[in-house]
Design a protein around this ligand. Structure first.
Ligand code: F6R
Ligand code: ZN
Length: 183
């Protein structure tokens, strides 16, 4: 295992590229169906980058007791009055929790419990967010610059994207008179 110093995006980009850090990316095309305004969505190029995730996965997926680390860079933009956002998911192992914390830019963490109650927390550099087990999570970039946040989650959490892809969250974060509101 590599020695991890205080994680920062530059650390991930410069020091660990090709050395155990997995980089994944999502284009707008891969976010089909998550935005409400289909007309606005169809005007945007499918190959436009929405976000990138740098993940450090020191244990094999499914290992109990291990932890994963990741940094997400979510680009600014809107589809109609909705902000660019991550796909969002529950964890496959329902009780697995996670920390998110803000590094750069402005955003909102959208959370939904098993009873489909949805709420949101403001993300900014230094903000810390505890996501309990059984709570779906998604991040929206509400600013004009890249939103960067870090995450730490158990290596046996797994991801359940299907439920959010099928049913979404019970509220949408939209811009109303220049400010983000849950609707
Ligand atoms: C891991 C986690 C984050 C997200 C990342 C991208 O459990 O929550 O690392 O995976 O922010 O979002 P999704 O996975 O929803 O596309
Ligand atoms: Zn997660």
């Amino acid at each position: 295992h590599k020695k991890i110093v205080i994680p920062s995006l530059s650390f991930f980009q410069d020091e660990l590229k090709g050395e155990g850090v997995v980089k994944s990316r999502r284009t707008l095309g891969e976010l089909a169906g998550i935005f409400e305004n289909q007309d606005a969505y169809s005007q945007l190029p499918l190959d436009q980058l929405a976000y990138e995730v740098y993940s450090y996965l020191p244990e094999r997926e499914g290992t109990p007791g291990g932890l994963y680390f990741g940094i997400t860079q979510l680009y600014p933009g809107k589809v109609g009055d909705e902000y660019f956002m991550t796909k969002g998911h529950f964890h496959q192992q329902e009780d697995r929790s996670e920390y998110y914390w803000g590094l750069e830019g402005e955003g909102m963490l959208i959370l939904m419990d098993r009873e489909r109650n949805t709420w949101a927390e403001r993300m900014m550099p230094g903000s810390l967010h505890y996501i309990p087990g059984g709570v779906a999570h998604r991040v929206a970039n509400t600013g004009n610059s890249v939103l960067s946040f870090a995450a730490c989650w158990p290596s046996d959490a797994g991801h359940n994207y299907e439920e959010i892809a099928n049913k979404g969250f019970s509220a949408r974060l939209v811009e109303v008179d220049g400010t983000p509101k849950l609707r």
